[in-house]
Design a protein around this ligand. Structure first.
Ligand code: DON
Length: 319
């Protein structure tokens, strides 16, 4: 019809359908009160538990949002795949595979047992051991440089300067006995590639970077967009390495719940104990959600439910 403008659509789905799916997930799960904030990092108990936000991003950076999408929380383990990407950029996927590994552990994120049963390896870059090893693998001639490169890379994925949440860092570093044990064990197995306390400090800072749900959505959209940030148009990860990274997220992004997640949502994703999750629909979308209450595996209950429902309603699951 002349004179009528067609509604914009993204990967064949209209803007209004995308917004409706986001709004519906927000309304459906907003009042759930199952689960609890992470408490092994003491300060995380202080995050208001009822916060809830959802952002769906397209590969051109268009956002569809509902709820608390600007609140800054600590990125925690969602940082891990992005630092693995930096290792791939600086070296190669083969180095990541050889020095860390890419197999799922089937065990919790902080497992020490996994290091023993998998021949004293850190196993994959998405569990704590592998993520601390990834930090240690970054080419840097000082601790400041290591932190600078890691923070810059995460900021490049977000298209925005991410700031350290100083109190989260202090709270986690003051109580990081378990990660310190992992770092020292790995070092003794020649599977950590810089001073263990330096690796622990920089890893803990990486986990304490503040992100909003909107930042996470753009980080995911960068992966959905073949490694190029839609806002800054910087190629942050080489395009040919994106599938390898998404594959590791698909098999290990939810630790011992990865199979369950994949069976239900069908999307590569990464979670963090701050309450965030980002999922990627390759070439099409990223969906980020945030809510602090976690299940026993350390994954946000509302964020999981929201992403799963949106994926189902829009038919986004890759299987
Ligand atoms: O090292 C830790 O335990 C935290 N900084 C990150 C753990 C985490 O986010 C696990 N994910 N769901």
């Amino acid at each position: 019809l002349s004179g009528t403008l067609a509604e914009p659509s993204f990967s064949g789905i209209t803007a209004s359908r995308l917004q409706t799916a986001v709004d519906k997930a927000y309304a459906d799960f907003k009042n759930l009160s199952e689960g609890r904030n992470a408490d092994y990092i003491p300060i995380l108990t202080e995050t208001p538990s009822n916060l809830f936000g959802i952002v769906l991003a397209t590969p051109d950076g268009t956002l569809f949002s509902a709820g608390d999408v600007e609140y800054k929380f600590s990125i925690q383990s969602i940082s891990k795949p992005f630092t693995a990407a930096l290792v791939m950029n600086q070296t190669s996927p083969e180095v990541l595979k050889e020095k860390i590994g890419v197999e799922p552990t089937g065990l919790p994120f902080n497992s020490k047992l996994a290091l023993e049963i998998y021949e004293k390896r850190s196993v994959n870059p998405l569990v704590n051991a592998g993520a601390i090893a990834a930090v240690s693998l970054i080419n840097a001639d000082s601790e400041d440089k290591r932190w600078y490169l890691i923070r810059q890379n995460l900021s490049d994925f977000a298209g925005s300067e991410l700031e350290l949440l100083e109190k989260v860092y202090q709270s986690e570093y003051d109580t990081a006995w378990s990660n310190r044990a992992i770092a020292n064990l790995l070092y003794s197995y020649h599977r950590l590639y810089c001073d263990p306390e330096e690796a622990l400090r920089v890893y803990t800072k990486q986990c304490a970077l503040g992100v909003s749900c909107e930042n996470l959505a753009i980080m995911g959209a960068t992966l959905a967009n073949g490694g190029k940030n839609p806002i800054t148009v910087k190629q942050v990860l080489q395009k040919e390495h994106v599938p390898e990274l998404l594959a590791i997220m698909a098999t290990a992004g939810f630790y011992d719940e990865s199979g369950e997640w994949m069976a239900q949502a069908g999307l590569p994703a990464k979670t963090g104990v701050g309450g965030g999750i980002v999922a990627v629909v390759p070439g099409k979308f990223a969906i980020a959600a945030f809510s602090p209450r976690l299940n026993a595996s350390g994954n946000s209950i509302k964020a999981m439910k929201a992403i799963r429902q949106i994926s189902g309603e829009l038919g986004l699951g890759i299987y």
